[in-house]
Design a protein around this ligand. Structure first.
Ligand SMILES: Cc1cc2nc3c(=O)[nH]c(=O)nc-3n(C[C@H](O)[C@H](O)[C@H](O)COP(=O)(O)O)c2cc1C
Length: 191
């Protein structure tokens, strides 16, 4: 039973699909709740982030880094950085881009450093990378082989109905489920 917030940006809807998948994963952990907050709406919703047991960050990779709108959210938190209201909360992240690589590891690294600035505890992805003797990774969990967070790849000509593919959504859900499980152990287990 944990209270998780997913705060994300999505310019064209593909990363929002990931955010929804993460939220589904969180709520698979019995009794856990997940609130989705788009960065455009965060200004009136800081209290939900301050109260959460865990915050999961999501952004598309634009020009090899987190999108400018997500960076705007990161910079807005400077207003309360000195108070450290997110100290000891769990943090995790996901990103999505058009290319298989697309330099999206950099986006997760940005999120992990950001979480560390807020004295949060970073949770990686515990899904082993897809392996294939034939070189075909499609259809497998963690097909992009990420450890720091959940990655997705969306063909740019496809709509969010079709991209990212189901295996990336399932991988994102497993990250959400892990965060919910660990948040319960950290914040709700009697000492
Ligand atoms: C301004 C811009 C920059 C982009 N830069 C990258 C990039 O560096 N690497 C990549 O693989 N895809 C890049 N893309 C493709 C997006 O990451 C991809 O279309 C993604 O699915 C968009 O997510 P969204 O629908 O949530 O905005 C870029 C797209 C835009 C609009």
């Amino acid at each position: 039973m944990s209270d998780v917030v997913v705060v994300y940006h999505s310019g064209y809807g593909h990363t929002r699909v990931m955010a929804e998948a993460v939220a589904l994963g969180v709520e698979r952990h019995l009794g856990s709740t997940c609130r989705l907050i788009a960065v455009e709406d965060v200004e009136t919703q800081w209290e939900y982030l301050h109260r959460a047991d865990a915050i999961i960050f999501g952004a598309p990779t634009y020009m090899g880094s987190a999108s400018a709108a997500f960076k705007g959210f990161m910079e807005a938190t400077a207003a309360f950085y000195l108070a450290q209201p997110w100290r000891d909360k769990l943090a995790a992240g996901f990103t999505n881009s058009g290319c298989l690589c697309g330099d999206k590891l950099n986006t997760l690294l940005q999120m992990a450093v950001f979480a560390a600035q807020h004295s949060m505890i970073w949770v990686g992805l515990d899904v082993l990378p897809a392996r294939s003797g034939t070189g075909l990774f499609d259809g497998q969990l963690n097909r992009l082989g990420s450890s720091l967070g959940a990655m997705a790849q969306s063909n740019v000509e496809q709509s969010p109905d079709d991209a990212p593919p189901p295996e990336d959504r399932c991988t994102a859900a497993l990250l959400g489920e892990r965060v919910a499980r660990l948040a319960e152990r950290l914040h709700h287990t009697p000492i």
